[in-house]
Structure formats: C-alpha cells, structure tokens
Design a protein around this ligand. Structure first.
Ligand SMILES: *Cc1c(COP(=O)(O)O)cnc(C)c1O
Length: 377
C-alpha cells in the first residue's frame, strides 16, 4: 500500500472544474495582481478568522515581514519567539534588523511556554528589556499557543503580538479563532498548508483599522499616494489567481478540517489498540479546535530508524523540524548553545509527522499503524 505524506492530486480532483473556470476568467481579464478576487478573499478570510480586516500578501513569510514592518519593529529591537518552528518565524525578525530572543516550548503542545517567557523577561538586563518590542507565538501543527498568557505578558511589557498562524487557519483558542488573538495574524497559502493555493501566497489579519490601512500601503512599497513614499515598504502583493483558488478551497475547508480531525482520532484509537502507547506519544489536544496541519508522534527511541522503515514501506513521513533555530548556523552570532532549550532539542530529535491529509482512507491509516507496530515488535 502507498500512503504519501500529502496527496494534493486527490483534493484537486474534487474542485478541478471550479478552478479551471475561474482561471480561464482571470486569463481572459488579464488582471493578475490584487484587484477584486483578492478583495473578495480578504473579506472571506477576515470573517473566517473573526478578525475585522485581512490583507492578502505574497507568502506566509511576507505576512510576518510585513507585520513586523507595520509594527515599526526594526534595528536593535528584540522579539521573543520559539526556536521550534519553521525558519521564517525568526528569519523575518532578523530581516527587519531586529534580534530574535528564543524561549523554550511546552513539552505537550510544542508551543511557546509563557512561564519561561516570564522568567526570561524577569532576568533580562534593563537595557535589553527596553528594546523588547514584540512577541511571536507560533500555533504549531494547527493548535493555538496559550494566548491568554501571551496577551497578559504582552500587556504587562507593552509588546506587539504577531501570531504565526501559518499552520493554524481555523484553529481556536477558547472558542476564539487564530488570527483574532493578537495585533496581527499571519497565514500562509503554501500548497501544503490546510488552505493552500496553487503557488505562494499568504494573508495578514488585524482588528486595527489604522494597521489595516498601513498594511495595504506597505504592501505596495509604502507608496501613498502611488509614487509618493513616506515609508519604505516592499512588494508583498497577492496574485488574483492565487486568491481565486484559495476562495474556492475556503468553501471546503471546514469539511477538510473535520476529515483531518477524524483521521487524528482514528490514529489515536488504533495506536492504543495496537498497544503502542508505551513506545509513542500522540498529539495532546489542549485547545478546542486543533486543525491537524500535522499529526505528530513522539517516540523515545529510534526515531530516525522508524522514519527510514516507514519510507521503505511506502509511508510518507517527515521531521518538522530537525534543527531548532537557536542551533542554526546563521544564528550563531546570537550566542546560543546546545542545551539552552532542552524541550525543543528533544522534540527535534524525537518527533515524526505522519500522513493526516483529509482524503486518507481508513485502510491507509490502519496500514501506517501496522507498520509502526511491526517496526517496534
Ligand atoms: C509555512 C510557514 C511559514 C511560512 O509560510 P510561507 O508561505 O511558506 O512563506 C511561516 N511560519 C510557519 C510556522 C510555517 O509553517
């Protein structure tokens, strides 16, 4: 049996006609950048995320970059985030000239530990503390970070909160949607995300009308009116083609999310039935709505061998992420060492993502669990 990590072709078959129709329309119009399809998507995503506004951008990475620029976070400022995330989270901070300050994660959810953020700020020298401007919680794998605590810390320290919600469209924290919980919410339409386009794309949500206007100006090089620049922005525009495709997919997103959640439940019950709970840990659902962008297992032993075994038996799997950001070569000058963030380092060495995409068949999930059982037998 073949079980790929993700099968976008299966999903495409279900929406093919709609996609071809809208694509043809856009080709005929020869109107490719921003415009009515982008505006339509912005309204739909704002509503979906219970945020007041949304601004379509060129990628999830650019959503982060643009949010940092809009927040006027720049040279010499410090931004707290987690080292256990996709590179873009901290990369964007460095690209605006600011300094990423890492804080370890919680072992059960893999999200930033508010307790450790408190401890870090308490121990910070006053001069550094003065440069602290932002906090980027990442809603990793599709589950929200502990946003009550994040908001409390932000309020106490006057920090801008930028949610990295690239993996969390539709995730909820105490019944509130990701993207409505901070000053900015950053989403990605990279094809492997739960709501993916046919190329790169992303969106920023905000509840602030001023920031909404500001984001739109910075998206087009900061020109306002056109060709008059009081600020330096960039080209962060979203294509009409991507917006139109994402709009089509958004109609099916809840149905796909339900299928992912069902797959996750099936994994959990089959893993228990197979007696595997002593060798592996399944995802812990702390918040109301985990959207399972990834289904992550943690194994105490032989993670890399398990990965090789599964691949050899046609089960797609991947390590997200093998090197925590504080140990990346490009961040060496930040001065971190192995051992600084033991929970992140342990997760990087012991976790594995299994296929959880909506179109998976029950038999395929059964096959994956059987293969894991075989490996540990
Ligand atoms: C995918 C992702 C991004 C970046 O999104 P792109 O659209 O690929 O630029 C940022 N942060 C996290 C956590 C992601 O998973």
């Amino acid at each position: 049996m073949q079980v790929p990590l993700l099968d976008l072709k299966a999903q495409y078959q279900t929406i093919k006609e709609e996609c071809l129709e809208v694509t043809r329309e856009i080709y005929e119009s020869q109107y490719f950048i921003l415009g009515p399809y982008v505006e339509k998507l912005e309204k739909e995503i704002a509503e979906y995320c219970s945020a007041k506004y949304a601004v379509g951008v060129s990628s999830g990475t650019d959503a982060l970059l643009l949010s940092l620029m809009a927040a006027k976070i720049g040279h010499g400022d410090r931004v707290i985030t987690t080292p256990y995330t996709f590179f873009a989270t901290a990369g964007a901070v460095s690209r605006v000239g600011a300094i990423p300050v890492f804080v370890d994660i919680e072992p059960d959810t893999y999200n930033i530990s508010p307790e450790k953020v408190d401890a870090l700020i308490k121990d910070m020298p006053v001069t550094e503390r003065k440069t602290l401007k932002g906090l980027i919680p990442v809603h990793l794998y599709g589950q929200c970070a502990d946003m009550n605590e994040v908001s409390r810390i932000a309020e106490e320290n006057n920090l801008i909160v930028i949610e990295d919600a690239a993996q969390a469209i539709g995730s909820e924290y105490q019944k509130k949607r990701a993207g409505s919980l901070g000053d900015f919410g950053c989403f990605s339409f990279f094809p492997s995300k739960n709501l993916g386009g046919f190329g790169d794309g992303g969106i920023v949500t905000t509840n602030s009308e001023d920031q909404y206007e500001n984001l739109k100006i910075l998206r087009v090089h900061g020109g306002h009116p056109k060709y008059y620049h009081s600020q330096i922005g960039g080209n962060f525009r979203l294509d009409a083609l991507q917006a139109a495709i994402v709009s089509i997919k958004l109609k099916y997103l809840d149905q796909w999310t339900t299928a992912r959640q069902k797959n996750a439940r099936l994994y959990k019950s089959l893993i228990t039935a197979a007696g595997l709970n002593s060798v592996l840990t399944v995802p812990f659902e702390k918040e109301n709505r985990h959207i399972y962008n990834q289904f992550i297992i943690q194994v105490a032993e032989k993670r890399d061998e398990l990965k090789e075994f599964l691949l050899k038996n046609n089960v797609g799997c991947e390590i997200y992420y093998p090197v925590p950001l504080h140990l990346q070569e490009c961040f060496a000058d930040l001065g971190y060492s192995p051992g600084d963030f033991p929970v992140s380092e342990y997760a990087a060495e012991h976790t594995l993502a299994l296929p959880v995409y909506p179109e998976l068949a029950v038999e395929q999930i059964g096959y994956v669990v059987d293969q894991i059982k075989k490996f540990y037998a």
